[in-house]
Design a protein around this ligand. Structure first.
Ligand code: NAP
Length: 345
């Protein structure tokens, strides 16, 4: 239960070893901060759950955020309502998205480091701006459309296809007229994405390399990589001429001391292939354009947000552990307080 009279905060209690444990977190309560000149007071509505958070907790610098010390409030993007403003550009009632941290209130000077942006009211839950209409959607949009350069008829392979980014990429690939092969773990996740995929591969119960060879007699045109590791190697073995490999993430390697890298990258040479990494924030000047186009697809029903909502601020640690235990289907985020458009269970 949320206590509206204090600012509740989840902080790093100790460095995680393998998956995060309850003892890695400390719940603190501080007085609600006061708003100074040029600042706003934010009340948190939704908080994102992302694989990168375990890296922050481990003391690593990632996604442009500074490493966390023991005792620091855990970094996390969120959606919040402005409830007091001494900033000329923001009014009470504005909804913003940005670096809130795992806390129920925040004072913000709207600095560049906080990467705040106002969220337009599109008549759908503001929580979606942590999913299809926010950084997850933008990662899929820029990674797939701008770096993958899809053409109708292309064969597209997506790993982590039942995760937040992957579940959007497979739908964008269908919108762009591509043949889609989604890789996910387990029959339930494969079933959840099957309506957007021509084929699915269950990497927990099938040999990915064998299935790719069987399904790709002419190779793949785009591989959208969310997981790295052996799946990346298997895809590099199946490139069509001019294939594009888009490096979005490598979640299979994040908990390893010595991450595995592909030894067969030279396969790119024979097919004039390319491998491109991207970081979503490098596309910041174009976020409004991506948001408008993604919202158009959501409102027309062409893009279905696949979300996995964890209820309650107190549930954040278990929600983060769930990501690494493969529990989420679609984008995971925490509902701290429900907005009026949120009719999701
Ligand atoms: N480049 C960028 O700017 C950018 C931006 C956002 C995210 N990312 C990266 O993109 C990737 C996807 O992010 P997301 O937000 O979509 O995360 P997500 O919702 O947690 O989805 C990731 C999926 O990866 C799968 N997975 C987890 N551990 C795995 C393992 N050991 N081997 C294979 N698959 C595993 C899980 O599904 P299964 O149960 O099917 O395994 C999970 O659903 C992450 O690597 C993230 O760090 C990059």
């Amino acid at each position: 239960m949320i206590n509206d009279r204090v600012n509740q905060q989840w902080c790093v209690a100790r460095r995680p070893v393998e998956n995060v444990q309850p003892e890695d977190f400390e719940l603190r309560s501080d007085p609600i901060p006061r708003c100074g000149p040029g600042q706003v007071l934010l009340k948190t509505l939704y908080l994102n759950l992302a694989p990168v958070m375990r890296m922050y907790m481990s003391g690593q610098s990632a996604a442009g955020e500074k490493p966390l010390a023991i005792g620091d409030v855990i970094h996390g993007r969120g959606v919040a309502e402005v409830i007091e403003s001494k900033h000329s550009d923001y009014q009470v009632g504005d909804i913003v998205q940005g670096q809130i941290g795992w806390q129920t209130y925040k004072i913000s000077g709207m600095t560049d480091q906080e990467r705040m942006r106002k969220i337009p009211d599109r008549g759908v839950s503001f929580g979606l701006s942590l999913a299809s209409l926010g950084m997850t959607g933008f990662s899929a949009y820029f990674g797939f459309i701008e770096h993958g350069e899809p053409k109708p008829g292309d064969t597209v392979v997506v790993s982590g296809a039942a995760g937040g980014v992957g579940s959007i990429v497979i739908q964008l690939a269908k919108i762009k007229g591509c043949r889609v092969i989604g890789i996910a773990g387990g029959p339930q996740k494969c079933a959840a994405i099957s309506s957007w995929c021509d084929e699915t591969i269950d990497y927990q119960n099938e040999v990915v390399a064998d299935r790719l060879t069987e399904l790709l007699p002419n190779g793949l045109d785009i591989y959208f990589d969310n997981v790295g590791g052996e799946t990346l190697t298997a895809c590099l073995d199946n490139l069509a001429f001019g294939a594009r490999v888009v490096l979005c993430g490598s979640i299979s390697e994040y908990m390893k001391d010595e991450p595995y890298g592909p030894t067969n990258y030279t396969k790119l040479r024979r097919v004039n292939g390319s491998m491109r990494g991207f970081f979503v924030y490098n596309h910041e000047p174009d976020f409004d354009r991506a948001e408008a186009e993604l919202a158009g697809w959501v409102l027309s029903g062409e893009l279905t947000p696949l979300v996995d909502i964890v209820d309650g601020f107190e549930s954040l640690p278990q929600g983060l552990a769930g990501l690494y235990a493969h529990k989420n289907v679609g984008t995971a985020y925490c509902r701290v307080r429900r907005d009026p458009y949120d009719h999701m269970p």
